[in-house]
Design a protein around this ligand. Structure first.
Ligand code: GLC
Ligand code: GLC
Length: 629
């Protein structure tokens, strides 16, 4: 075994390993030369004191070269297109959809049959929730992976996934899948070998003989799924303890071991070869642990992501990463850069949209858009109204304190409001992971149920549309949870399913609502009305170049219930004004006097005279094309 030494000799070792594995072509060599100094630096910082540093780095490079050699021509063509248009995901034409394969369409063949619908909707990005081999029964919706190289047999095969990726590509849709790299399931081959004492895999996970070290770590770690087990560890049948941040059958990988990095890079490259264009990097905050810290968002977590990014840049240069960091907003942005994750969920905008709808006060959202929205060049937000996960109130306490709001008390209020425990609430949600020690909880529920449609609230449909009008207009890739566009309601049947009853997120993961999709053309139904209004917004967005990119300029009005911003285009801007309140708001001409009189209402296709002011109905909004004076 050889430790890492100098750039020059480690480079020689890496190239020798690549050559031993097969041909090293010029295209690969160019990218290797561009990326290797960076990868070497990252490896040195992560694994500088490891005896096997050099060989693991060399093996990683060899795997990248082999993967490039096997890369199908059409994927190389796509790589070249993406490299020539690196900002492809910032276009106003981007629209994402997310669904579970089984719940939305039964299996991969069923998803393929839905392609005409995806085109009707205008999708350019499709995230299929984890579709890999996983334990039978309870498997955290597939987030417990037993093999990254095998599709769950009930959904199809890897060949079908590659074919689906190709069909989607032809339809103008990029396939997105999860890269669940913080943990594997306890049934993964590596996990079985690790607990059996196989020396090659013994250090793949964090296993301790007794609870001394686990207790020491747990003094500073956060509990993620306290309904399942307290703390961050679970006990094995033989009495040892293993790190398990999420469910007891999801075991965290030990990235302090470079063999784990090398092995997971291999799994990533395998997926890259299937035609996936975006990898959703699951649970990024948790991948590195250090005693005495929260073991979240440590500097090494970033180094690891950058190292994966460098490997991908050598072998599949058209691909990008999306970060899933549902943490404090100061931390969320630290994952976003062209060298790390080019895309990131925007959990703050998501949570504050719901916060604003509950309080009828848009000021926290307004501040967040003005102060926490900017991103580095070459990156983009993924904006969403809700996901397959719970809503956590991830706003910064210091931001709330400006208005005299106590963060803890406000979260308690929001949880009560969205679980319907607050009198007068329009929401029908369910608590998720209430922590008896801290009093924390998160909220589950579909958009329609949380917004008031289930409760029969008169503003319900407007709120669904308003929340999407925000997600569709702030910049980045808007991501629809499929079913929301036809106002899908909560599904309480999970309570009768032993594999699901312990996880209330299943309330908002119902099967594709066939009846509601059938009603989508019928405006006498909620499904039809919401569908018409959302598809109108989607088509307006596609045709408004102002919505490309991420630039956003705040627009303050004297009304706390109004969130306002401008999206600048080459000559004109789109002014968005959204009223989260229950009362009509008049925007007076003076407030609008920085713009030319003649303006255009993009959603209603109508000329406007700004000298007459603007009227925002309760839970209403406008997208107006204006010309700054
Ligand atoms: C991510 C997923 C979530 C899952 C967790 C553990 O947060 O979005 O659904 O429970 O990771 O993999
Ligand atoms: C925690 C994690 C987040 C994950 C969620 C799943 O909030 O921070 O990453 O999505 O749990 O419910």
């Amino acid at each position: 075994m050889t430790a890492l030494t100098t750039l020059a000799s480690d480079r020689t070792a890496a190239l020798a390993a690549a050559e031993a594995a097969g041909r090293v072509d010029d295209a690969f060599l160019d990218r290797f030369d561009a990326q290797f100094p960076r990868l070497h630096d990252l490896f040195t910082r992560l694994y500088g004191d490891r005896a096997d540093g050099q060989e693991q780095l060399a093996a990683t490079v060899a795997a990248a070269s082999t993967s490039w050699n096997a890369r199908p021509l059409e994927l190389k063509v796509r790589d070249a297109q993406r490299e020539a248009d690196a900002g492809w995901f910032q276009s106003e034409r981007m629209l994402g959809g997310v669904a579970y394969v089984d719940r939305f369409a039964g299996n991969l063949a069923g998803i393929r049959d839905q392609i005409p619908y995806f085109r009707e909707l205008g999708l350019t990005y499709l995230h299929l929730m984890p579709l890999f081999d996983a334990p039978e029964g309870d498997n955290d919706g597939g987030y417990a992976v037993s093999s990254y190289r095998r599709v769950n047999p009930s959904l199809g095969t890897m060949d079908e996934l590659s074919e689906l990726a190709a069909d989607l590509r032809t339809a103008g849709i990029s396939l997105v899948v999860d890269f669940i790299f913080n943990h594997t399931s306890n049934e993964h081959e590596w996990a079985r070998k690790a607990v059996a004492g196989d020396p090659e895999y013994a250090d793949f996970y964090l296993i301790f003989p007794d609870c001394e070290m686990p207790d020491a770590y747990e003094r500073t770690t956060r509990e993620i799924f306290p309904d399942d087990h307290r703390g961050s560890f679970v006990q094995l049948p033989d009495g040892r303890w293993i790190w398990s941040t999420f469910y007891h059958y999801q075991w965290d990988l030990n990235y302090a071991n470079p063999a784990v990095f090398r092995a997971m890079a291999g799994e990533m490259l395998f997926l890259a070869g299937r035609g996936v264009e975006v990898l959703r990097m699951d649970a990024v905050a948790f991948i590195w642990k250090r005693l005495g810290t929260a073991c979240e968002s440590l500097p090494e977590a970033h180094l690891l992501l950058q190292a994966f990014n460098a490997v991908l840049a050598m072998a599949a240069p058209g691909m990008v990463f999306k970060s899933e960091a549902i943490v404090h907003p100061d931390e969320v942005v630290t994952y976003i850069s062209p060298e790390e994750c080019q895309l990131s969920y925007n959990p703050l905008q998501m949570a504050l949209t719901w916060e604003a709808l509950a309080t009828r006060d848009g000021r926290l959202l307004q501040d967040a858009l003005e102060e926490r929205h900017a991103l580095p060049a070459g990156t983009a937000w993924v904006t969403y109204v809700r996901s397959h996960d719970d809503i956590g109130w991830t706003f910064a306490d210091e931001d709330a304190a400006r208005y005299g709001i106590d963060g803890y008390a406000h979260r308690q209020f929001l949880n009560r409001f969205y679980t319907g425990r607050f009198e007068g609430s329009f929401a029908r949600g369910v608590a998720f992971q209430e922590n008896p020690t801290t009093g924390d909880a998160r909220v589950a529920g579909t958009t329609a149920s949380l917004a008031g449609i289930e409760a029969g609230d008169a503003g319900g449909e407007d709120r669904v549309v308003l929340a999407h009008a925000l997600a569709l207009s702030t910049g980045g890739i808007p991501l629809l949870y499929l079913g929301d566009e036809v106002a899908q309601l909560n599904d309480y049947s999970y309570r009768d399913d032993p594999a699901r009853r312990g996880d209330s997120r299943w309330v908002h993961r119902g099967n594709r609502p066939r009846d509601r999709y059938a009603e989508r053309g019928d405006e006498s139904t909620a499904a039809g009305r919401v569908f018409r209004r959302l598809t109108k917004l989607i088509s307006v967005r596609q045709q408004a170049p102002e919505f490309a990119g991420n630039d956003l300029i705040g627009f303050r009005t004297p009304h706390p219930s109004v969130v306002g911003y401008q999206r600048p285009g080459p000559d004109t801007r789109v002014l968005v004004l959204a009223n989260v309140g229950d009362a009509e708001v008049q925007i007076d001409p003076l407030t609008l006097s920085g713009f030319a009189r003649e303006a255009y209402d993009l959603v209603h296709d109508a000329d406007l005279d700004l000298d007459e002011g603007l009227t925002l109905p309760p839970h209403g909004f406008v997208w107006v094309r204006v010309t700054p004076l």
